[in-house]
Structure formats: structure tokens, C-alpha cells
Design a protein around this ligand. Structure first.
Ligand code: CA2
Length: 150
């Protein structure tokens, strides 16, 4: 088995639709494009990636629980669950001190008020908002730095 460290990159509900609708909000990249971009960014830091998308909150929780002892850090775009879920931040708290970076493709603060608060952010080491899908690469870069510098 490889002893290369790895990152869990988690995407929540509806993010499987990236690149198919709403390009004015989310851009033209598909989730497969995002995965390729993330794998390249991680490989540059000698990191592997497990890339997971689910429309089900419980599946996201299971992936976070399974990360303990397997992954060195988590990138998470919880989608709309950011604004509703208490279980997701509870799960992230349970895997601490694993570093977590939350990503939102769109600038949620320019959007409806209900998108302005994320329950997940309280358990994130960093939050990247409004950088488009490049935010995932920024998240990988930040985790790589945290993992190197401690
Ligand atoms: O900006 C983000 O990354 C969000 O997490 C995306 C979520 C939204 O509920 C959050 O408020 C902000 C929604 C993802 C839905 O993605 C779609 C992509 C294409 C077409 C339809 C939905």
C-alpha cells in the first residue's frame, strides 16, 4: 500500500449537475473537470485524492467518518447542506484535528440571505468563497501548506 498522504474531496447535493445548468452562477466546468483539476493540484504536492459526491446527507457523514486514519485533510463543498445541516459540522468536529477547507463556488454573500450562513464554517480551518471552481485548487494548496508546515 502507498504511504502517500491523501485528501478527501467531498461534494454535496446537486453538485453532480455542475456544467449542465446555471453557468452564470457556477461556470461551465463539470464535476469531472473539477476532479481532474483537484487531482493535478494534489499530485503537485505528492497527495492522492478520494473524490466523492453525494446527494444524501448520510452518505456525506459516512465519508467524513471513514476519513479518520485514512486521509490527511478534507475539502468540502457541502452545497445547500451548508445552510441547514448540524450533522455535517458535528461529523467534522469528530474527525479533528484533521484540517478542513470549505469551498463555495459562488459568492454566497451576493446571493439570497439564506445562503449567507454556513453551519459547516465553524469547523473549517479556512473557507474559500466565490473563486469559482478554482476554489478547489486553492483549498488543496492550503491543505498542502498546512500539512507541510503543521
Ligand atoms: O456556491 C456553492 O458552491 C454552493 O455550495 C452551491 C450549492 C448552493 O446551494 C450553495 O448555497 C452554494 C448548490 C449547488 C448546486 O449546483 C448546481 C450546479 C448546476 C446546476 C444546478 C445546481
Amino acid at each position: 500500500m502507498s504511504d502517500r498522504r491523501s485528501l478527501l474531496v467531498l461534494n454535496g447535493p446537486n453538485l453532480n449537475l455542475l456544467g449542465t445548468r446555471k453557468p452564470e452562477t457556477y461556470g461551465h466546468a463539470t464535476l469531472a473537470d473539477v476532479e481532474a483539476q483537484v487531482r493535478d493540484a494534489a499530485a503537485a504536492h505528492d497527495l492522492d485524492v478520494q473524490f466523492v459526491q453525494s446527494n444524501h446527507e448520510g452518505a456525506l457523514l459516512d465519508a467524513i467518518h471513514a476519513a479518520r486514519g485514512v486521509h490527511a485533510g478534507i475539502v468540502i463543498n457541502p452545497g445547500a447542506y451548508s445552510h441547514t445541516s448540524i450533522a455535517l459540522p458535528d461529523a467534522l468536529e469528530a474527525v479533528q484535528p484533521m484540517p478542513v477547507v470549505e469551498v463555495h463556488i459562488s459568492n454566497v454573500h451576493r446571493r439570497e440571505a439564506f445562503r449567507h450562513h454556513s453551519y459547516v464554517s465553524a469547523q473549517a480551518d479556512a473557507v474559500i468563497i466565490g473563486a469559482g471552481v478554482h476554489g478547489y485548487t486553492l483549498a488543496v494548496e492550503h491543505l498542502a501548506r498546512l500539512l507541510t508546515e503543521g
